[in-house]
Design a protein around this ligand. Structure first.
Ligand code: DP6
Length: 328
């Protein structure tokens, strides 16, 4: 049986940076995110007794990186173990955005793979189980499973660290206007970045403040206080990057255009032209968080900045799900 799934990437307002256990990907702190309507992966999977190995292809990409392919094979092997089958799978997967530039491609990639592959084996997991499973493939993938605005709770062991919906997608009309500044893949993967977090002398201080930060941002979200919400998420992004910059070896994910955009966002806000806040994941891409009414004007302004390659507007959206349009 062939099944196809669509999963959206997500942007974290409070970041996942550092793991208690790199194998199971239990995080050091809770994180909060939103699924992104215009940034997604579609994956089709079919298990077939005629196959002698997994047949994997990334549509639209000329080079297949061995490391990435192995990660998909490992994910399929985990699914095989879970489902007690020895069958290999044909998998085709397609992103509508560039990989490894600071948009969580592993989140949408692995969430769509898991939904398609379990579906192809005619097995339906409950949302919580699916989120836990996806977490073991790539941490952020667990947040692409539930709908809308999501909290990933760190739990205290591998079986109770999962993501769930805080508010549905239609709860709040805010947008992530994504400004891609380079389509070249970053040099340090987020998996490698996580492993360095502990080497930063600032990391323990960051962790001590996380519960309070989560509490405050939830209050801002509950009262839809955009200014408070934006200030918390922007400071949080800088805090995560302060860890990267002070790790050994240090990791600098930004490009000159990244900084140019950050400065513009602050300037436009201070001049009362348009109120928005930036956040940045492990890459040079800038995610500009704004109210729905300001998304188009921000897209226009960001598109004019030299070095910006593409700008997309993303609304909050639903979680990973099966669709009918197969890729093969
Ligand atoms: C910087 O999920 O890519 O985007 O669990 O090793 O696959 P692995 O890491 P990944 O982490 C990326 C984290 C981040 C911040 C965030 O989205 O919370």
């Amino acid at each position: 049986m062939k099944k196809t799934a669509k999963a959206f990437a997500n942007i974290a307002f409070i970041k996942y940076w550092g793991k208690t256990d790199p194998k199971t990907r239990v995080p050091r702190n809770n994180s909060i995110s939103m699924n992104l309507s215009d940034t997604y992966t579609i994956t089709t999977a079919e298990f077939d007794s005629k196959l002698k190995g997994d047949d994997i292809a990334f549509i639209g990409e000329n080079v297949v990186r061995e490391k990435e392919r192995n990660r998909v094979v490992n994910a399929l092997s985990k699914i095989r173990r879970e489902m007690k089958t020895k069958l290999f799978a044909k998998v085709r997967t397609k992103n509508n955005f560039p990989k490894a530039t600071g948009i969580a491609s592993s989140a949408s990639g692995f969430a769509s793979l898991a939904v398609a592959a379990f579906g192809a084996l005619d097995y339906q997991l409950k949302e919580k189980e699916l989120s836990i499973f996806c977490r073991t493939l790539s941490g952020t993938a667990c947040r692409s499973v539930p709908s809308g605005f999501v909290e990933w709770t760190k739990g205290d062991n591998a079986d109770n660290s999962y993501a769930y919906t805080l508010f549905p997608a239609n709860y709040w009309d805010i947008c992530d206007v994504i400004a891609i500044v380079t389509t070249k893949m970053k040099k340090v993967s987020s998996t490698d970045g996580h492993a360095l977090a502990d080497t930063s002398p600032l990391y323990e201080t960051r962790l001590q403040g996380m519960d309070e930060k989560i509490r405050k941002i939830k209050i801002a979200m509950k009262s839809k206080n955009f200014t408070l919400f934006g200030n918390i998420l922007e400071t949080e992004a800088l805090n995560m990057h302060a860890i990267c910059l002070t790790s050994t070896p240090p990791v600098l994910y930004w490009q000159p255009t990244t900084i140019e955009i950050m400065q513009k966002i602050i300037q436009w806000r201070e001049n009362s032209e348009v109120e928005s806040f930036f956040t940045i994941d492990a890459g040079p891409t800038v995610h500009v968080i704004c109210q729905g009414k300001d998304a188009r004007i921000l897209k226009q302004r960001l598109s004019k900045i030299k070095g910006v390659e593409k700008v997309t507007i993303n609304k909050p959206t639903i979680g990973a799900h099966l669709i009918n349009n197969h890729l093969f």
